[in-house]
Ligand binder design. Structure first.
Ligand code: COA
Ligand code: AMP
Length: 637
């Protein structure tokens, strides 16, 4: 009989350490732990101290040893190159062991960092697992970021080696990655010794003699490398994510806790068994890609799908249905924006008709707030449970969900359902008291965080404490706001900082403001996230020009759009800005971004008592109206 959510959550609450020790039995350890939870350095906690393990061994070798060698581990489906390539566990292990040998040959050792800047190709997965195999720490940088963002990450992670590719393909456009990598290395202070470059036929890269090595040639000569045991508390990877400034935060993931949590999540949250086919339609550059394209499905002995395409346009809004049908996908995980795109292009889901999806069991959505209209549309068209679940790069796996491996709870569209065992989620009001049901407050998690969550920031423990632990002592601050209802369901409403979620991609408006402020004609600026029907949210810039600047506004705005594209990347989707006389501010000088956002989104707003010049809000409303704001709301048809 399936267990109830209440019983399992209670079991965890009664004995948190016993709960995770039991889950840890599903992992192959080189050496078992001395301490399940090391609290000696609280509020910095470490899971499974003293244990030794290897994440790649648990992803590949043990499945090959235990009868899964001929099962598919990875299916690469690329409509943009018309390719489908399948790897059994034995084949993937062979490639990974060989690439690990290449890394060792280029003197990469345990603890060294390797930056991976690649599109959605199998070699990206192979490179990640090869690092894990020899205890090197990978840091994958999403391809849609500009050279400067890559340079910032190179300087922070200080990689010995970088793995890159000649190009990525965005629907029909070939994006040359290698010139971006070269520019990033020119910009960075730290220089890697070696770059290993995958040449793709769509655009061959120019190689730099003495530094650049061709992937294919290196693999031909490679000797396979064995797994190197690492401490459970050693970092597996660093993943940079947007903070409140232009400097991204290096989220550290350990090996042991990550293995235990992710393996557990596959069965209990996603309701998946070994041998099932799991597809996370995301990108290896994001946390969803790390956790649910690469690591968790392989830890669990599933087949994972690596999809190099979009939900629409590659070639049509039936792309997802084709992949689900062709590869027998049991569970799909993506961002709501992907479904908004499909719904926009094919509202009646006519592209679904030719496909048999009888094996498809559930759809999981995360990365941004899921509007109920999109959730209900997906539920109606697919006829399976659609689960909105909430998590962050920092946690690495879901904080709240409707757990499909347990007796499912009723779905309430718009809610991420209930806290996953391991997470004690509270809503605190401005007095740091627990809020009443229905009352919005800051969402926090009582320390310690469960296994798998970030133990710290890369080389920045103070920054970790300051950012996450100082606002509410004893709690991890999620920087999300929301409420719990009478049934204990969580409703995640907004961020409390300047992070926005654009098409499920996490971006900092503060970082965009830094770029805009560097324009010679700009005196002041503010970037806000405004509602967008497709992407959920998009950035909108309000610009005050320096006195005496007479140039046409649209000329300046074009330059600003180009600057954000060059300095942050196309993924920022910064395309709209307006020139205003002044920014609305409080008397103490704080820009009223929240009020501007409400005006742009057509929401009720109060004129703050502390505003220095109330008339400015009407002028801003008129400027935004000229741009067509307020728009239709997300999910509105
Ligand atoms: N390399 C280079 N450029 C990239 C890129 C990459 N890996 N990924 C995106 N870009 C570019 C896009 O081409 C686009 O450029 P443009 O402004 O010149 O058109 C820009 O960055 C913005 O990309 P995106 O926000 O993805 O918008 P889009 O219009 O291309 O696609 C969706 C919109 C909704 C179809 C797409 O975002 C999507 O499929 N999202 C859902 C899945 C997902 O990625 N979730 C992430 C977390 S789970
Ligand atoms: P990222 O680190 O890119 O995964 O972004 C994390 C942020 O995305 C969270 O802090 C939330 O603001 C938002 N988010 C993720 N999932 C959800 C969800 N299911 N509902 C509402 N917001 C979400």
């Amino acid at each position: 009989m399936t267990q109830t959510y209440q019983a399992v959550y209670q079991q965890w609450q009664n004995d948190p350490q016993g709960f995770w020790a039991e889950a840890a039995e599903a992992i192959d350890w080189h050496k078992k732990w001395d301490t399940i939870l090391d609290e000696s350095d609280a509020p910095i906690y470490r899971w499974f101290s003293g244990a030794e393990v290897n994440s790649c061994y648990n992803a590949l070798d043990r499945h090959v040893e235990n009868g899964r060698s001929q099962q598919l581990a990875l299916i690469y489906d690329s409509p943009v190159t018309n390719t489908v390539q399948k790897f059994t566990y034995a084949e993937l292990l062979d490639q990974v062991a060989r690439f690990a040998g290449v890394l060792q040959q280029h003197s990469v050792q345990k603890g060294d960092r390797v930056v991976i800047y690649m599109p959605m190709v199998p070699e990206a997965v192979i490179a990640m697992l090869a690092c894990a195999r020899i205890g090197a720490i990978h840091s994958v940088v999403f391809g849609g970021f500009a050279a400067k963002e890559l340079a910032t990450r190179i300087d922070d992670a200080r990689p010995k080696l970088i793995v890159g590719a000649s190009c990525g393909i965005e629907v029909t456009r070939v994006i040359e990655y290698k010139p971006l990598l070269d520019e990033a290395i020119d910009l960075s202070t730290h220089k890697p010794q070696t770059c290993i470059i995958l040449q793709r036929p769509q655009a061959e890269a120019t190689m730099m003699a003495g530094r650049d090595v061709d992937w294919a040639t290196a693999m031909q000569q490679a000797k396979p490398a064995d797994c190197v045991p690492v401490a459970a508390t050693d970092p597996l990877y660093i993943l940079y994510t947007s903070g409140t400034t232009g400097m991204p935060k290096g989220v550290v993931r350990d090996n042991g806790g990550h293995l235990v949590a992710l393996k557990w999540s596959m069965k209990y949250i996603y309701g998946v068994d070994p041998g099932d086919v799991f597809w996370a339609a995301s990108d290896v550059g994001w946390v969803v890609g790390h956790s649910y394209i690469v690591y968790a499905p392989l830890f669990h002995g599933c087949t994972t799908i690596l999809y190099e395409g979009k939900p629409v346009g590659t070639p049509d809004p039936g792309a997802f249905w084709r992949v689900i049908a062709e590869h027998n996908v049991n569970v799909l995980f993506t961002a709501p924006t992907a479904f908004r795109a499909i719904k926009r292009d094919d509202p009646n889901a006519t592209y679904l008709e030719p496909y048999d999806l009888s094996h498809f069991r559930s759809l999981f959505l995360a990365g941004e707030r899921c509007d109920p209209a999109t959730l209900q549309w997906a539920e109606e068209k697919l006829g399976v449970p659609v689960i909105d679940h909430w998590w962050q790069t920092e946690t690495g796996w879901p904080i709240c969900a409707n757990l499909m491996g347990l007796e499912p709870l009723p779905i309430k569209p718009g809610s991420a359902t209930v806290p996953v065992p391991g997470y004690d989620v509270r809503i605190l009001d401005v007095y740091e008291e627990e809020a009443e049901p229905g009352q919005i407050g800051s969402i926090v998690i009582k320390l310690p965080l469960p296994p798998g969550c970030l133990p710290t920031l890369w080389h920045n423990e103070e920054g970790y404490k300051q950012t996450y632990l100082s606002n509410f002592p004893g709690y991890y601050s999620t920087a999300d706001a929301g409420f719990k209802d009478e049934d204990g369901y969580l409703w995640i409403m907004s961020r409390t900082d300047d992070i926005i979620n654009v098409a499920g991609h996490r971006l900092s408006t503060g970082a965009m403001e830094e770029v805009l402020a560097a324009h010679p004609d700009v005196a002041e600026c503010a970037v806000i996230g405004v509602a967008d029907e497709l992407k959920g949210e998009i950035p909108l810039g309000t610009i005050v020009l320096k006195a005496g600047v007479e140039r046409p506004h649209n000329e300046i705005i074009t330059e600003l759009v180009q600057m954000v594209r060059e300095k942050i990347g196309p993924v920022a989707s910064f395309k709209i800005a307006t020139v205003v006389e002044r920014l609305p501010k409080t008397r103490s000088g704080k820009v009223l971004r929240g009020t501007m956002k409400k005006i742009a989104d057509g929401e009720q707003y109060r004129i703050p008592a502390t505003i220095d010049n109330p008339a400015i809000l009407e002028e801003i409303a008129a400027d935004l109206a000229e741009l067509g704001y307020p728009h239709k709301q997300v999910g509105e048809n």
